[in-house]
Design a protein around this ligand. Structure first.
Ligand SMILES: Nc1ncnc2c1ncn2[C@@H]1O[C@H](COP(=O)(O)OP(=O)(O)OP(=O)(O)O)[C@@H](O)[C@H]1O
Ligand SMILES: [Mg+2]
Length: 335
């Protein structure tokens, strides 16, 4: 089944074409305009989606070498995300589905992230611990199979990506903060400052990262600008290591307690190179398979939306034209 996927939940306008296990195209237009504001400006994001959606979808069809009347279904992110941005993708999808006389399905962006590791991965499914770490979320689930999720924990305040972005802002490193902190940390000493590891001693699966960001803020206030500039790589590496330690501890605890031998780490923060190495090293030691998608499928993309939509449409699920944006759409849960 040929499915067109559309993603407009935040600041990426994306479109992909997926045909039962094969990704035919994946086009992502990242909105650069937000960089100068140090974060996403919702109204500017919606306007940019409006401008970009038609050319991005046309490009994804061209790359897939398909005409629009060859699409058999459409999937679109209905939440969570920015309401105005979501509405652009949803309205476009409804109009296209109506015009072509085909079914469409609204999908949860976080469920799509959870399964993003399956894009181009033909391994057979088995139960796994799913850690979704992104700009707005941090969710730990035990996945028995597609659609059968046991929620284990989530962040009570900031998401890991949000912590990266906020700390980068404190250090004047620009937006988004994750990739730049990742790069700078490579030259730093991760043991230079002992920042807190929130919740690492508790047995629960919930997370909290806002205190860590505040600890960095207090540390920066206590030290001179020249000292901070000299040790910026060490500070970045130390902050990053705190996040990695907490994520590793909770994920491996969950794998042990649920007796599963695979952890899938997804979402934008999963693109972090030190985090990937730390998960793989620990996985090797404990005999746990670690699966992390390619960086392009970690951050927002429509390939994951098309894949999830295809699976759901194949299962006979489809959405009604009354469906609208669900900015706080929880996960795990079903429409
Ligand atoms: N190499 C990296 N290291 C750490 N963080 C990273 C890296 N690359 C991207 N990020 C972070 O990932 C986040 C973006 O990821 P993603 O696109 O999945 O989030 P989102 O879609 O904004 O949020 P959500 O999926 O929760 O709605 C940003 O916070 C960014 O700083
Ligand atoms: Mg996302």
């Amino acid at each position: 089944m040929i499915v067109l996927g559309i993603e407009t939940s935040c600041d990426e306008t994306a479109s992909a074409v997926y045909d039962d296990g094969t990704l035919l195209s994946n086009v992502i237009s990242s909105q650069e305009i937000h960089k100068k504001y140090g974060g996403v400006v919702p109204e500017l994001a919606s306007r940019a989606h409006q401008r970009l959606i038609v050319p991005v979808v046309e490009q994804s069809l061209r790359k897939a070498k398909l005409k629009k009347n060859q699409i058999e279904g459409i999937s679109v992110t209905v939440g969570p995300g920015l309401v105005g941005s979501l509405l652009v993708g949803i309205s476009f999808t409804k109009a296209l589905a109506l015009g072509l006389g085909i079914s469409f399905i609204g999908v949860n962006h976080l469920e799509a992230h959870l399964w993003s590791w399956k894009i181009g991965n033909l391994s057979r499914g088995k139960p796994f611990i799913g850690l979704v770490i992104s700009g707005g979320h941090c969710i730990l689930t035990c996945v028995e199979r597609f659609g059968k999720y046991q929620f284990l924990g989530s962040t009570k305040d900031d998401a890991p990506g949000e912590a990266f972005d906020k700390v980068a802002k404190l250090l004047n490193l620009g937006y988004p903060g994750g990739p730049v902190i990742d790069r700078i940390s490579k030259k730093g000493n991760r043991n230079f400052v002992r920042f807190p590891r929130p919740g690492i001693k508790s047995n629960g699966y919930d997370f909290s990262f806002s205190g860590l960001k505040t600890a960095v803020l207090y540390y920066l206030r206590k030290h001179k600008k020249t000292y901070i500039e000299k040790h910026i790589a060490d500070i970045c590496a130390s902050f990053q290591q705190s996040i990695i330690d907490v994520l590793i501890k909770k994920s491996f605890d969950a794998a042990c307690s649920k007796r599963v031998d695979m952890i899938a780490v997804t979402g934008g923060v999963a693109a972090n190179s030190s985090l990937q190495k730390a998960f793989r090293d620990r996985g090797e030691k404990e005999g746990i398979e670690i699966i992390i998608p390619e960086p392009v499928y970690c951050t927002d993309n429509a390939a994951m939306i098309a894949q999830l939509g295809c699976w759901k449409l194949r299962n006979g699920e489809k959405s009604d034209f009354s469906i609208t944006a669900l900015p706080s759409y929880p996960f795990p849960c079903s429409i």
